[in-house]
Structures are given as structure tokens and as C-alpha cells.
Design a protein around this ligand. Structure first.
Ligand SMILES: [Fe+2]
Ligand SMILES: [Fe+2]
Length: 191
């Protein structure tokens, strides 16, 4: 994970993403670095996870489904209906197979960045929270508060994000990955 590797991966992300997704990616990468400073995590690893978290996002939906099928990934009905939801699973796959990332923590952070999971490790949390609070984000409710909270208590910020995500999508749990609810229940219990 040297500097050259980061440089090449940055180039690859720029090439495969539209401009706004690339801007978001850089925002997540630097927010990951900031949270790594705050919570004393390896900064290079955090930046790499941030850089790669959406590496499968800009693939056409049909290709997402095809790749998931080809690699025998489990596809839920919800994912079949909304193939963009596969980008975390596919991101882990691409990071491993195409970009030669073998760090298990980085792969896990990519895998769980959309839903979280119970008992997340520190990097999982850093990437999940950064994805939500990076500077280009502007639509989510309570952003200013959550941004501040992220640097005070990461678990509290995580819980607030899960809460808002579930609230934002309303009671129609139809469009929510069941893992988001599981993650929420887990962290609510921890409180
Ligand atoms: Fe994503
Ligand atoms: Fe993202």
C-alpha cells in the first residue's frame, strides 16, 4: 500500500466514475483520513478504503447484475429490483480481484458501507460515517449535528445516521436492506 499504488488507484477511480461520484469519493477519502486521525486508526488504510468504497458504483445496472450472477453472489429480490444496491458487494469483489487489495479490514469496510452491520470494526465505522458526512453531501437531515458528533463519539454518530436513514425511508421497509435495521437494532442496544 505505497504512494504509487494510491496514485494509480486514484487514476483508475477517476477514469471509471462520473465527475460528481469522483468528487464524492475524494470527499469520503479525506473525511476517512480526518476520522482516522481522531480515532487513531492507520490513516493510509482509511484513505484507501474511502477511495475504493464506491469502486463498483458507476457500472451500468445490467452489468452489476451480470457480474453478481457470474460470481455467484447472493442477490436478494430487493437488489434485483434495485441493482445499484449491489455496489457494496461488487465493490468488495472488484477491490479484491481487479485492484489487488487483500487487506481484510478494507474489504470489509467496502462490503458494509451501505448498510453497516452489527459489531462493525473501527474502519467499517469510519467509512460508513464518512460516506454520509463528506463535504459534498447536502441532502440528509441533521448533517451539521452529525458531522460534529462524528468527531466526538463515532458510535453515536453511527446510530444517528442509521436512525435518520430508517426514518428518511419511512415505514416502507420494502425499500430498505434488512441489514440496516439489524445494524440499527444492534447499536441501539449498545447505547
Ligand atoms: Fe456507496
Ligand atoms: Fe459513497
Amino acid at each position: 500500500m505505497d504512494a504509487i499504488c494510491m496514485k494509480d488507484l486514484k487514476k483508475a477511480m477517476k477514469k471509471h466514475m462520473d465527475e460528481s461520484r469522483y468528487e464524492h469519493t475524494l470527499g469520503v477519502m479525506y473525511t476517512c483520513a480526518s476520522l482516522a486521525m481522531r480515532y487513531e486508526y492507520d490513516m493510509e488504510k482509511a484513505m484507501l478504503a474511502g477511495l475504493m468504497h464506491d469502486c463498483a458504483k458507476c457500472m451500468p445496472n445490467a452489468k452489476k447484475l451480470k457480474m453478481a450472477e457470474k460470481n455467484h453472489l447472493e442477490i436478494t429480490d430487493l437488489e434485483r429490483k434495485n441493482p445499484f444496491m449491489l455496489h457494496a458487494k461488487l465493490g468488495e469483489l472488484l477491490a479484491k480481484k481487479k485492484y489487488d487489495i487483500d487487506d481484510e479490514e478494507i474489504l470489509s469496510a467496502i462490503r458494509w458501507h451501505t448498510t453497516g452491520r452489527p459489531a462493525m470494526n473501527l474502519l467499517d465505522k469510519i467509512v460508513y460515517v464518512s460516506d454520509y458526512i463528506e463535504p459534498k453531501r447536502d441532502k440528509a437531515p441533521n448533517l451539521a449535528e452529525i458531522r460534529k458528533l462524528a468527531f466526538i463519539d463515532l458510535d453515536q454518530a453511527l446510530l444517528r445516521i442509521l436512525e435518520d436513514t430508517l426514518g428518511y425511508l419511512g415505514d416502507s421497509t420494502d425499500d430498505i436492506d434488512s441489514m440496516t435495521k439489524k445494524t440499527y437494532d444492534y447499536y441501539k442496544e449498545q447505547k
